[in-house]
Design a protein around this ligand. Sequence first.
Ligand code: HEM
Length: 459
Amino acid sequence: MSDFIPPFPKRHTVNISPFQALHYAQNDLLSIWDEESFTVEFMHRKILKQNVFIANSPDTVRYVFVENKDNYERKSPQMRRALEPLLGDGLFISDGDTWASRRKLQTPLFDSTHIKSFTDTMISTIVEMADDWQSRIEKSETKEIDIHPEMGKLTAEIIARTLFGEKLGSENSSAVVEAFAEYQSVVKQTNVSNFLGFPDWLPNLNAKVGKGRKAAKTIHDAVDAIIAKAEKGGHEGTLVAELIDANRGESGIDTMTRKQIRNELIVLFMAGHETTANVLAWTWYLISQTPEVEAKLHTELNEVLAGRVPQMEDVENLKFTRAILDETMRLYPPVPILSRQAKDEDEMRGKIIPPGSIMLIVPWLIQRHKKYWDNPDHFIPERFMPDAPKPTKFTYIPFSAGPRVCLGKNFGIVESVLSIATLAQRFHLSMPAGTKLQHECRLTLRPKGRLPMQVTLRT
Ligand code: HEM
């Protein structure tokens, strides 16, 4: 079993003031926590006039996500404001009846049986990348690859082809990916602490988001063009065609306008690639640091696949591959902080929650909580093997929980397991000596800067 403790941001040993927390949050949302945050069950901070609560135990997380979900359904106003120019009323930031009707319409497209119809696309895209790596390596025996952008390319290609089809996907995805990066870089310049509902320190926040409108328009135009082509038929099996069909329903009356369909497609594109790319990048890092984990992974791949390209039916048998993925998402949850806004006054653990309070659920904390996990900072994939004790419910929430759980959870898991298995079967990845791993935490948690890997062919 691995005794590797991957690096994590320094934890304060004394309580820091709200002003210090804001200062640290400017650069890194994960550097604001003290040791105590990994042991307490419920916290309240008043930051200037804003009440911020943190639910950090199974019962408080269950309360927010399930028992009193209606009161905590809204994303923080700052998050909605930053994403609204791009996503409109799309699922990710909508609530109430709009959210409920959209979610109902899309849920069947992402259930575990329907995912099967996307796996051929996933597999062929991953194999294409593996073949490309192989041809690059064969010329020089080893090749240095910056693994985070490489995984970004892979997951963007997979989601674009699944949503829009191979042809429409590859014709339009690079323009959309570039415009997405542009939009994100504009939103990124805004103070990240705004996402937590802290005061708006930047007077020009709106102007900056306004600049992002240009990038948003590029994305809107590209996706509108794709919908128009898909409406003419001939794109069966793609999500865009299925969404158009589901929208028409049996009555023949559309539930969503074309603009609303566009919003949903953009949500899926946005939510569907960066998170998975981050997970895969962290996974390669962790495997590269633990030869014993890599050896066990290879044994499983040999036993289950015997050299075949992995298929959907193999995913349930790739138990250790899946355990590596689960443990990676525990240590490096791609969405490390989930924020909600309380609608009405409420009470939790004897504390009044005034309306408008920010309620945070922090996978980064609860997934490393000292009370619920043994050796919480160690990388131990075995803890997720089927014969190990199950984690306490609501302490492992990389996909969130309750009705607003990630719509693409099955998609993301299958895509990740197939990617790890296909690439690990053919390649060995090692981090060049002297490389320093750093992280960056904005809306998502990702490696910062380059994450170079020496890629060699497995013999
Ligand atoms: C490993 C990969 C992924 C992780 C860790 C992840 C995580 C999450 C989390 C934590 C949320 C909830 C955010 C919140 O409550 O504020 C979420 C929502 C969402 N995710 Fe994912 N996600 C992943 C992959 C995907 C994929 C592949 C898709 C689509 C194909 C997707 C589509 C969505 C959508 C549409 C929502 C909004 C759901 C709603 O509000 O009803 N995700 N995801």
